[in-house]
Design a protein around this ligand. Structure first.
Ligand SMILES: [Zn+2]
Length: 414
């Protein structure tokens, strides 16, 4: 229990009027909402609250009042004065306020988050209260949207992105577009007000992944970007490379396995990854070559093998030692998405790496006319394009698929 003592009513009121921000005033660390048992003494009056939404510094552990905690205390204190009682004790209650957004789906959320997290209530864009209430989901919900062509998922940083539903009627480019983020506990977060703007079916998909709030939000790129300024978004081609890096970092953190290989060379190749201005074989070959080096050769084969063996434990394939990078990544992806493998098509998700490899062989090697035709047809067929000469279509489809693949790898390795 955290005790607070105030010698005078004036001292108490002064503290109740301070506004605590999302950073610790002692060490500049980030604070998060934390439910604390607090006991506040003002002169001879005691207010004992079992679950108070406070703000706790993640670095030094210092505890601050949230705006909401201050309001509750002021109310309780005036009640004590009015009734003449000396003590008030408040146990946790299951009370939850329901806001007027997406209310027919009964999403689980905690109104205390909206009331306590700095900045969420000071929203002048929406007149109806509760818009910026964080709603928490299992991160796997995002995979459903990534795998479905009706949606466009754009992760433009490790833990912050946008999801858009394409407009079938074609009046607008998108039916709706909303931001999402991940907190430090790997929970997927949307704003309640944004969920309200989604169509019924999309809300239904989300609802099945809805989980209880863990109150963590402030220490996330999502909150920082939404409350402060939105960082500029890199082109998809660069985002794919950033996501590959995040995947490698996640694996290192989680399993202690190093997947990076020839990092400096990858950095040099990255300069060649620019969106082509004209779409002919020559200009595209430069990007494809660079991608092939970074996204396939830029993985440590021995690292992939260790990871494969680790993930499959005793059920690993005895032939795995002969496999090359793409096959290993494919099997790793299969195992990481094990519990939802019915929902996503692994063969299709991994296809852009095989295409990259085919393309590279086609461009770099001296092949017979017949072999060349075979490769060209194979690439066009796999990507669902009529003819190999439609290089622009091929390019964008390949990039779109690479983007999906690396988003999946990032999410599944979190
Ligand atoms: Zn601190």
């Amino acid at each position: 229990m955290k005790m607070f003592y105030y010698q005078t009513e004036i001292e108490f009121e002064k503290v109740m009027n301070l506004y605590f921000m999302s950073k610790c005033s002692k060490c500049d660390g980030i604070v998060e909402v934390d439910m604390e048992h607090v006991c506040v003494n003002v002169l001879d009056k005691i207010m004992d609250i079992e679950e108070m939404p406070m703000l706790k510094c993640k670095t030094c552990g210092e505890i601050y009042y949230s705006r909401f905690a201050q309001e509750i205390l002021c109310e309780l204190y005036s009640e004590l004065k009015r009734t003449g009682n000396r003590e008030i004790y408040s146990t946790s209650r299951d009370y939850n306020k329901i806001y007027n957004y997406a209310s027919n789906k009964n999403f689980i959320y905690d109104y205390k988050d909206y009331e306590s997290i700095p900045g969420l209530r000071y929203d002048f864009e929406h007149s109806e209260e509760g818009f910026l209430t964080p709603v928490y989901f299992d991160k796997k919900a995002l995979l459903y949207f990534i795998a479905d062509l009706d949606y466009d998922v754009d992760m433009f940083s490790e833990s912050y992105g946008y999801i858009r539903k394409n407009d079938k009627e074609g009046f607008y480019q998108y039916e709706w577009a909303v931001p999402f983020g991940f907190n430090t506990n790997e929970k997927l977060i949307f704003w309640l007000g944004d969920i309200d703007s989604m169509d019924d079916m999309s809300q239904g998909i989300l609802k099945s992944f809805n989980v209880k709030s863990d109150h963590l939000l402030i220490d996330s790129e999502f909150y920082q970007a939404q409350m402060n300024c939105i960082p500029s978004k890199p082109i998809k081609e660069q985002q794919i490379i950033l996501n590959k890096k995040s995947f490698i970092t996640n694996i290192k953190k989680k399993y202690g396995i190093e997947l990076s290989h020839l990092q400096n060379e990858c950095e040099l190749q990255r300069a060649n990854v620019k969106r082509p201005v004209v779409f002919d074989e020559k200009s595209i070959s430069e990007v494809i070559n660079a991608f092939d080096k970074i996204l396939i050769e830029g993985f440590s084969v021995s690292g992939l093998k260790s990871l494969y063996k680790r993930l499959y434990a005793s059920s690993y394939d005895k032939d795995y030692d002969k496999w090359k990078s793409i096959r290993l990544i494919e099997e790793i992806l299969r195992q990481l998405s094990n519990d939802i493998s019915n929902e996503i098509n692994i063969n299709e998700i991994i296809s852009p790496l095989y295409i990259l490899h085919d393309y590279r062989i086609y461009l770099d090697h001296l092949l017979s006319q017949e072999e060349q035709d075979k490769k060209r047809n194979h690439i066009a067929n796999t990507l669902g394009v009529n003819n190999f000469s439609e290089q622009e279509k091929i390019y964008f489809e390949e990039i779109r698929r690479l983007d999906i693949l690396f988003q999946c790898l990032v999410i599944l390795s979190k």
